[in-house]
Design a protein around this ligand. Structure first.
Ligand SMILES: C[S@@+](CC[C@H](N)C(=O)[O-])C[C@H]1O[C@@H](n2cnc3c(N)ncnc32)[C@H](O)[C@@H]1O
Length: 290
């Protein structure tokens, strides 16, 4: 039986799609790109495949998938934000990529045209759905039997132990990371979704997925981690304030990256990002889906 649209809707997307936010997504895409390539490789993306990238944002996961499927394959990126889709299209054009196209649509009512795809993939998108299993169940209907389903989400503990974030302690980094996780939690975003990907896949009618957690481990003055945290903080500054997590004065976003960098370098800290957890499975033949 079909699910109601309510179950497949997203909460209001808290990060917005201003041009600086789209540029931030590109930099975040570079920061986590290798970790997503590992997932796509292990999931079995291969030349000639037709792939659907859901919640594609500025298109970075679609561009990675396009490298795997090659000129004989095709990637369709879908995002509900027309400004993200226009930006992704423009990037594809500038890069001369002919095997990627982008469509503006809400995943709650998106309809795939043509044949089912060989794979549906997504990064940092299921976290925005109150019922991720319902949306995944819907997306799986667009996949061929035997096709691939692969998703990656960050584990954002509301109060991460400082010891798992840095050693020696980098207080500015720990405070900034914790603020982000708390604002997401208070905004009703499930920061623990990465740990639930197994049950979510199975509730969507898929077999138990293979899973892998990956983290960036960073140190030194040239690491991009300081900019990454500062840019996320800048994007969610209104959310930090609305949720009562911090004020603009607490955060001092204009100097945040430099303060983290200085403290980390002075104390020779090694910093870890939250784990980016990947889950992938193949849709069963004649199985439970649909
Ligand atoms: C954090 S961004 C991730 C973008 C991209 N996957 C990446 O990793 O670079 C999440 C994206 O999901 C999109 N999104 C959220 N809810 C959606 C929905 N209901 N339908 C389509 N896209 C949605 C947002 O517009 C946003 O661009």
């Amino acid at each position: 039986m079909g699910r109601s649209k309510m179950e497949t809707r997203t909460t209001d997307y808290a990060l917005g799609h201003s041009q600086p936010e789209l540029e931030r997504l590109v930099q975040q895409g570079q920061f986590f790109g290798e970790l997503t390539e590992i997932m796509l490789l292990k999931a079995g993306l291969a030349p000639g495949m037709r792939v659907l990238d859901v919640g594609c944002g500025a298109g970075d996961v679609s561009f990675l998938a396009a490298k795997f499927v090659g000129p004989e394959g095709a990637v369709i990126g879908v995002d509900k934000a027309p400004e993200a889709v226009a930006f992704a299209q423009q990037r594809a054009q500038s890069a001369g990529l002919t095997n990627v196209q982008f469509i503006a649509a809400d995943l709650a009512d998106f309809q795939l045209e043509g044949e089912p795809v060989d794979a549906v993939i997504g990064r940092l998108v299921l976290m925005y759905f109150p019922d991720p299993a319902a949306v995944l169940r819907r997306l799986v209907t667009f996949v061929k039997p035997g096709g691939i389903v692969a998703f990656q989400e960050l584990d954002l503990l509301p109060s991460p132990p400082p010891e798992i974030m840095s050693h020696p302690l980098c207080e500015t980094y720990v405070a900034a990371g914790t603020r982000i996780n708390q604002a997401f939690a208070r905004a009703g975003i499930d920061g623990r979704i990465a740990f639930k990907l197994g049950p979510i896949f199975q509730q969507a009618g898929l077999p138990a997925p293979e899973m892998l957690a990956m983290q960036r481990v960073e140190r030194g003055a040239d690491s991009p981690i300081y900019e990454w945290i500062a840019q996320v903080t800048r994007t969610i500054l209104p959310l930090l304030q609305q949720t009562g997590v911090a004020t603009a004065e607490d955060v001092q976003v204009d100097t945040l990256a430099e303060r983290m960098r200085r403290e980390a370098v002075e104390n020779d800290c090694t910093l870890m990002t939250p784990p980016l957890i990947a889950a992938w499975a193949r849709k069963e033949y004649g199985g439970k889906q649909r």
